[in-house]
Design a protein around this ligand. Structure first.
Ligand code: R5P
Length: 293
């Protein structure tokens, strides 16, 4: 087995190679003067399982393109299997044509990956209108969840806490994590008016006064969703508010927005590299890759 990356998730790729005691071999990737991609493997791939560890953020378009080139080249150089380990899989939120003429990006992304990799492992992909990855992938997929390590983290670092899912879909994380650490959880109903304007309402109101509120979502992108939940928690008398995101994109001033809404701390996993990373997913990925050996 050989582990490589197309640029993102370098720390995870190196740690995985160490844990699994396999070779980490960096790719050379650059651009020709006209912008065309240049990509080169620096080790023999003949009869090897090549594991490309690469999160789709930052630069989701470039990531998809680089993965496509890296996987095709690996096959061309004699790799017997190509596994993509994508801690964050982009494009999953465009899972339907919301407006006439739109691309259903998740299906197009899956079609590209189906054609070039043999297997994909990813962490808590955004499954909203799809019930499983197999609805769009024909290759083998493994969906790994961080619930156990998030629950351990919360249990270790919080007291008198309550878990809130900021929208109905996030309850799959919030409820499961709350059950594991035996605390209460509730969910908010989100009405999205646009990609930058959402409002929320608590479905089953819980006593929040004096509690340490932990808001959990799969993705924190612009921060609007969690900011609205935080404002609600603050109005209801929360003592502290922490936002935990599996995938912290944290774009368009999300951190400032969250702070303004009353969030005391933002914590993310290293599925996407960011200064807020506190929870390492490497052990989850290494457990799955062990099964390949
Ligand atoms: C969408 O349903 C996701 O689960 C997140 O709630 C959403 O992507 C967060 O986006 P933002 O931070 O821009 O509100």
């Amino acid at each position: 087995m050989i582990i490589t990356t197309c640029g993102n998730s370098l720390p995870i790729a190196k740690k995985l190679a160490q844990k699994l005691k396999v070779k980490y071999s960096p790719l050379t990737i650059s651009s020709f003067p006209d912008g065309d991609i240049y990509l080169k493997y620096n080790t023999s791939l003949s009869n090897q399982t090549v594991v490309i560890v690469h999160s789709f953020q930052p630069h989701s378009d470039q990531s998809l393109f680089r993965i496509f080139f890296a996987a095709e080249t690996a096959k061309d150089l004699g790799a017997k299997k190509v596994i993509l380990v994508a801690p964050y899989l982009a494009y999953m939120r465009q899972d339907k044509r919301f407006h006439p003429g739109e691309a259903i990006s998740s299906r197009i992304m899956a079609k590209m990956l189906n054609s070039c990799v043999d297997e994909i492992m990813t962490i808590d992909p955004h499954l909203h209108r799809y019930s499983s990855l197999q609805e769009i992938f024909t290759i083998k997929t493994r969906r790994i969840t961080v619930n156990e390590i998030l629950a351990d983290y919360i249990h270790k670092h919080f007291q008198n806490e309550i878990i809130i899912g900021p929208d109905l879909e996030s309850f799959q994380w919030a409820e499961d994590i709350a059950k594991r650490i035996k605390v209460h959880a509730t969910v908010l109903k989100k009405v999205r008016f646009s990609s930058r304007h959402v409002e929320v309402k608590m479905v089953h109101p819980l006593e929040i006064r004096g509690k340490n509120v932990v808001i959990i979502d799969d993705i924190i992108s612009t921060g609007h969703t969690i900011a609205e939940a935080a404002k609600q928690a603050k109005r209801m008398g929360a003592k502290t508010i922490t936002a935990i995101g599996v995938h912290g994109l944290l774009i368009e001033g999300a951190l400032t927005k969250l702070k303004k809404a009353g969030v005391n701390k933002v914590i993310t996993t290293n599925c996407i590299e960011h200064p807020t990373n506190k929870i390492d997913v490497t052990s989850l990925l290494s457990k799955e890759l062990q099964k390949e050996r």
